[in-house]
Design a protein around this ligand. Structure first.
Ligand code: NAP
Length: 301
């Protein structure tokens, strides 16, 4: 399946709907609320063209933010992303991530340069510290700001930072320029709602939700087959996965980045952008999957 297999008017409608929904980033700019992940892409050479095709379909359907990382397939996912955005670069908001051990004075600029080369682009729209390591935050901020000044990246942010990490980040010089924090967030993992999400809201720093459809495995199967999810999906003529995505984006200020290498999944995800859950549906999902009543450590994959 590609865009030529989808009715042109239908594809345009989906694209226009998704284009209407953007999230304001801290320190300027905005990005599509519904994007695409790339973890596990680029692991096999014979799948690269198919994966790039899936990402291109997603771009055509308005999921114009693509999230990748130097870590994924040792740069292979960035290479696939580069294939996908060839000729479409201006329409895409590209996000990549640097390993913590490369986020210091000696290595950050080279890591960024390597990512740009694999992505076949001159700039990243957003560059994230993948998780917190041993390098002082102030040193990473300094390096990120130097990349901004050189035009290599438009803005920077962090990933897998819990509330105390964010507090420490904002106490550093320039830390208040952090555009987003990318964390695991889905209906079955709501820990961030206890204090991280409210803290970030208060500071105008949005969350980018990874694993928004709960990856694969038992937890995902439990979520999808839960009566509340299944009945809400059934009543709307939607799929359970679409309900998970709509739930993630319900507040209007969370970006979701589902990864899909299968074109049918890409189409299904793109169509979720139009779903607005009602207060009644949200209450039913809250009853089935209650928000946390206490602090829980940040969930990570
Ligand atoms: P995910 O997006 O929750 O789940 C991906 C899985 O769900 C894939 O197996 C995919 O299948 C399947 N899927 C997607 N849409 C579907 C649909 N409509 N129906 C049925 N199955 C569907 O998990 P994720 O890839 O771990 O997370 C998303 C992205 O977040 C990653 O790709 C990565 O870019 C980012 N991430 C960041 C971190 C971090 O530490 N910052 C950690 C994890 C992930 P197919 O591929 O076969 O279509």
């Amino acid at each position: 399946m590609n865009t030529s297999d989808i009715d042109k008017d239908a594809a345009r409608q989906i694209r226009e709907e998704n284009a209407r929904h953007t999230v304001l980033l801290n320190a300027g700019g905005s990005a599509a609320m519904l994007g695409q992940g790339t973890w596990h892409m680029g692991e096999r050479r014979d799948s690269a063209a198919r994966e790039a095709g899936a990402l291109r379909l997603g771009i055509e359907l308005g999921m114009t933010l693509i999230d990748t990382a130097e870590m994924y397939a040792d740069g292979g996912a960035e290479t696939v992303t580069g294939m996908a955005v060839a000729g479409l670069r201006e329409r895409v908001f590209l996000v990549s991530k640097v390993y913590p051990h490369n986020a210091g004075r000696g290595k950050l600029a080279q890591s960024c340069e390597d990512s740009l080369r694999r992505l076949k682009t001159d700039w990243l729209d957003l560059y994230l510290l993948h998780w917190r390591g041993d390098i002082p935050l102030s040193e990473t901020i300094e390096g990120m700001e130097a990349l901004v000044a050189q035009g290599k990246i438009r803005r920077w942010g962090v990933s897998n930072f819990d509330t105390e990490d964010m507090r420490q980040l904002l106490r550093c010089d320039g830390g208040d320029r952090c555009a987003v924090n990318q964390v695991l967030y889905h209906l079955g993992s709501r820990g961030v709602e206890y204090d991280l999400l409210p803290w970030q809201k208060a500071h105008g720093i949005p969350i980018m939700a990874y694993c928004p459809v709960a990856q694969g495995g038992r937890l995902r199967r439990e979520l999808l087959s839960h009566l509340a999810v299944a009945e809400i999906a059934g009543a709307r003529g939607a799929t359970a996965t679409q309900i998970l995505l709509a739930w993630c984006m319900r507040s209007g200020d969370v970006i979701a980045i589902p990864k899909a290498a299968q074109p049918a999944h890409v189409l299904e995800n793109a169509q979720a952008g139009a779903i607005r859950l009602t207060a009644q549906e949200l209450a039913r999902l809250d009853a089935a999957f209650p928000p946390p009543g206490r602090k829980v450590p940040l969930d990570m994959r």
